[in-house]
Write a protein that binds this ligand. Sequence first.
Ligand SMILES: O=P(O)(O)OC[C@H]1O[C@](O)(CO)[C@@H](O)[C@@H]1O
Length: 469
Amino acid sequence: MASTVAKTFVFQRDDPPIPLSTTADRLSFAFPTARTRWPKILNQMIEEISSTLSAKKSFSAKEIQAGKEIQAQIISLRDQMAGNAPLTPLQYDGGMDIENYNLEIGTFLPKPTWLHVPWLFAECYLYRRVRTYFAFSSPIYWTTFDPFLTEKRKALVGSKKGTIELVKHLLQVLDTNLISFEGEKQEALFVEMIQISLWGNATDLSLLAGGGVEELDSRQGKAAREKSRKNVLCDDTAAVYQMLKDLQHGDITLSSREIHIVLDNAGFELLADLALAAYLLKADIVHKIVLHGKRIPWFVSDVNHHDYTELVDGLAKGSIYPPNDISREDQQQLARFGKHIQDLESRKMLEFRAEMFWTAQHPFGRLPIADPSLYASLASAELVIFKGDLNYRKLTYDGQWRNTVSFGEAIGPLGKRPEDNDGMRILALRTSKADVAVGLPEGVAETLPRDWTRSGEYAMISFCDTKSK
Ligand SMILES: O=P(O)(O)OC[C@H]1O[C@](O)(CO)[C@@H](O)[C@@H]1O
């Protein structure tokens, strides 16, 4: 049962005419998500507030009261969801994005309810709505509270084996003279770093909703990556490598080649992305990497500025794993990597930004009209790497595309060369955890297991270049 969108909202002007994945569609992953996964995530938040209230003895009566009020709002939201209530306008909490969320709600036909609404919109709305509850609270403690922080920290601690393995390997890479590393070896290393960043996305806390972090180790590390390599269903790595090589050997006067990475999850995935960034800089493929994170707690495990600094500083200071839990040598290696990242930051070769657009409801094809200055900065980079499932869904509108449609077509306006500017080079690194999947060769989807788009076991490396040559 596809929901339609009446194209009355200026941002929808260039959206492709593709039916969207909705929470009413029994065959879609949106169906169990709205009925089971979201309520579990809301329950986790309610529990997190309870344990915070009981752990923090120094809370004032006002802070306790405020915490309970937020909890009551989340409980009410969970009940509205279960009762298929309409999506109501968000309360204005000072965010410039609220108005667009509310305008877009009015464009869905029929009137959207929790169990009959386009999935992508509703999921962004859900996290943005929860944020308003915290933002409205007067005690400062709650306005900056991240209900997912404990989970994110636990997952990082649970990723110890993968973290140590990855850092040790990366330090060896950084100790190699990469510039003289010519030909096939150089390309093999590039492929490996892309694979590390890609499969770093296989660990996702919103998918593990309610489950433990025990299975993290089995999804991380070299062995897991090698096993999964055959599951990359479309792989444009060679084209990206060639493009970057041409740039490197081309215009030597170009003194500031940049790559932007639109991040996904904190913890191990962020570490894998930092590894990719450090490698690209060391190999002189680019001169600067800009990392884009989220401004607010988002989709459980997405990285925000606090998560970023906690990881980098924690590695550098040796505070992520308790001293009796890790050997002295391993601790020193982690610290060396953390300090290397801090050094890149202080030399302005690495920068973390958190623009509001990334937590707007917009599919990314709307970027040129929704945030022209962000678009201009991404378009001026040599490459923009989008990590993870949600970014892929936003690139492809979470549309019900045929699997064989090209990635360039599914990303709408971003896949077409604009008349008035150079366009963008987009690389999506995605392990598949939803329904949308494009760019597959004819006949491949038919050979895969029933739940292949949802399991996180299959992946896409998709590249689209609309930049002038
Ligand atoms: O962290 P990622 O890779 O963006 O995955 C986000 C997850 O959340 C969802 O977007 C929401 O249910 C799934 O598609 C996916 O499992």
